[in-house]
Design a protein around this ligand. Structure first.
Ligand code: SAM
Length: 187
């Protein structure tokens, strides 16, 4: 199976995967900044991790859903990708022992701040934290009745304010896919 067919398979199974635009953007970043170690929060079936990885770029990726983790294992083997899969809840996982050039946050949106706070210590000097879907389809509180969606919008809003106001990090905002941020440490 080719990558394009794997992507179609993910979409058929209603697996939320990275947009082509965001993928191209991050693949360019990987090349430009010569990213050798990449950590991803939120594997799903491994589509983005497999696309980010190469002989030069090793990807560690964390997923807490066992069914998705097992699917990802199948596809990482199929593509012989330079990807290490970790079955764990990224909110509490403590097994990492290296530093990363790029940390890609693509797990539950309500937890972006938790992921950011927890994983920033694994960033190499000059490394980047990249968040996907930061606009969350521009959904606002008044457009949903769901309590959990409202909660997610609220938490994502607070996280965006944090990115805008923190003095320790500098964030660039890109209108790519559903919104991508690239954050680097300045202090
Ligand atoms: N990065 C994938 C891609 O583009 O191919 C898509 C990831 S999907 C948007 C988000 C994934 O994060 C889901 O599979 C979900 O189960 C996982 N996830 C959400 N919260 C998590 C957590 N706390 N720990 C580990 N995985 C989590």
């Amino acid at each position: 199976m080719k990558l394009s067919e794997f992507k179609a398979y993910c979409l058929e199974n209603k697996i939320p995967i990275i947009t082509d635009e965001a993928l191209n953007f991050i693949q360019e970043l990987i090349k430009e900044k010569d990213v050798k170690n990449l950590l991803e929060i939120g594997t799903a079936y491994g589509y983005s991790a497999i696309c980010f990885s190469s002989e030069r770029t090793q990807v560690d990726t964390i997923e807490y859903d066992e069914v998705r983790y097992n699917e990802a294992k199948k596809w990482v083997n199929h593509f012989n990708a330079n990807v290490n899969l970790i079955l764990a809840d990224a909110k509490i996982y403590e097994g990492l022992n290296k530093q990363y050039d790029l940390i890609f946050i693509d797990g539950a949106k309500a937890s972006y701040q938790v992921f950011f706070d927890k994983y920033q210590k694994y960033l190499k000097p000059g490394g980047m934290i990249v968040c996907d879907n930061i606009n969350f389809h521009n959904l606002t509180m008044d457009k949903t009745r769901s309590r959990s969606t409202k909660n997610m919008i609220k938490k994502l809003g607070l996280f965006k304010t944090f990115l805008e106001t923190t003095e320790d990090f500098l964030t660039e905002w890109y209108d790519i896919g559903d919104g991508v941020t690239v954050t680097t440490r300045v202090k």
